[in-house]
Design a protein around this ligand. Structure first.
Ligand SMILES: Nc1ncnc2c1ncn2[C@@H]1O[C@H](COP(=O)(O)OP(=O)(O)OP(=O)(O)O)[C@@H](O)[C@H]1O
Ligand SMILES: [Mg+2]
Length: 264
């Protein structure tokens, strides 16, 4: 299990996270929402051991995170993060080497690496630009490669910081399908996004952060009913929740569900 316990963090002169106790094991897909600068990316860096909290802790399998080189290596096989900025993630000039890097480090046989890299690139629809040098890729293409690099690890927890930022509508839809498929296979996904409609559609549990503090948590159906709380956190209600207030409309979790209900 992955969780935080009274986690607090400050950069040199700025308190960013305040006493956050969050359980990421409770739901298959957990959404992290909040305004720019509320601390989401900082939290992802704490969860992956890139930053260390001043107070409180990150818990992995019930124990405080082991920050030794060996401990972090073990963690990063099971908890894989796709950071907000793909340039923070991609090191090689060619896509195949970049994605295969972690698997080679683990000593996975080459034949299996080839298969897994190929599958991951297909899943993110990156086969069309696979031969291009990474530095010439567009932002959205780099994002797809960074996501493929995480998918090959087949981790227990996939942490996605703004995975659809910069993706085109087809890429966004692929991401939704991908996350649902990963969750259905028994793994956990934690996702931050400003795409509130996406969060509403794919998450089973939600944490709302405001200025580094937890201000609401629970299922999307309950959390997104509270328009005032969302407004105070710099957020808006998903359009499907707004629609449900109109006469004759129920509360639907996806556009597809809404249209299906109209067909009956
Ligand atoms: N390396 C750093 N040094 C000092 N302050 C930082 C650093 N990185 C982030 N901050 C500050 O910490 C706060 C939280 O930033 P963070 O990037 O975690 O927010 P976020 O919720 O991910 O925002 P966004 O929605 O824009 O991605 C911000 O006020 C930011 O200015
Ligand atoms: Mg961020």
């Amino acid at each position: 299990m992955l969780a935080t316990d009274y986690l607090s963090f400050r950069y040199q002169d700025e308190d960013v996270l305040h006493s956050l106790s969050l359980d990421f094991a409770r739901y298959p897909v957990t959404g992290l929402v909040g305004a720019n600068g509320c601390g989401k990316s900082t939290l992802f860096m704490l969860l992956s051991g890139l930053l260390r909290p001043q107070r409180g802790q990150v818990l992995w399998q019930g124990n405080p995170l082991d920050y030794s080189k060996k401990g972090l290596l073990a963690l990063r096989q099971r908890v894989v993060t796709v950071f907000q900025d793909p340039d923070q993630q991609l090191f090689y000039t060619d896509i195949d080497s970049d994605i295969a890097f972690s698997l080679r480090n683990l000593g996975v046989p080459e034949a299996e690496i080839t298969r897994r890299v190929d599958d991951a690139l297909t899943l993110v629809d990156a086969q069309g630009f696979r031969q291009q040098p990474i530095q010439y890729l567009s932002h959205g293409q780099k994002k797809r490669v960074a996501i493929a690099g995480a998918l090959v690890m087949d981790a227990d927890y996939l942490l996605l910081d703004e995975p659809t930022a910069g993706l085109d509508p087809a890429g966004r839809q692929q991401m939704i399908t991908l996350i649902q498929r990963i969750a259905a296979s028994g793994k956990h996904v934690v996702i931050s996004s400003h795409d509130i409609d996406l969060i509403y559609e794919i998450c089973h549990g939600i944490f709302v952060i405001r200025q580094g503090r937890l201000v609401a948590s629970g299922t999307p159906d309950t959390v997104f009913q509270d328009a005032q709380m969302l407004h105070n956190a710099g957020l808006v209600q998903p359009w499907l929740v707004k629609l449900s207030r109109l006469p004759g409309f129920g509360l639907y979790r996806s556009e597809q569900q809404l249209f299906d209900s109209r067909d009956q």
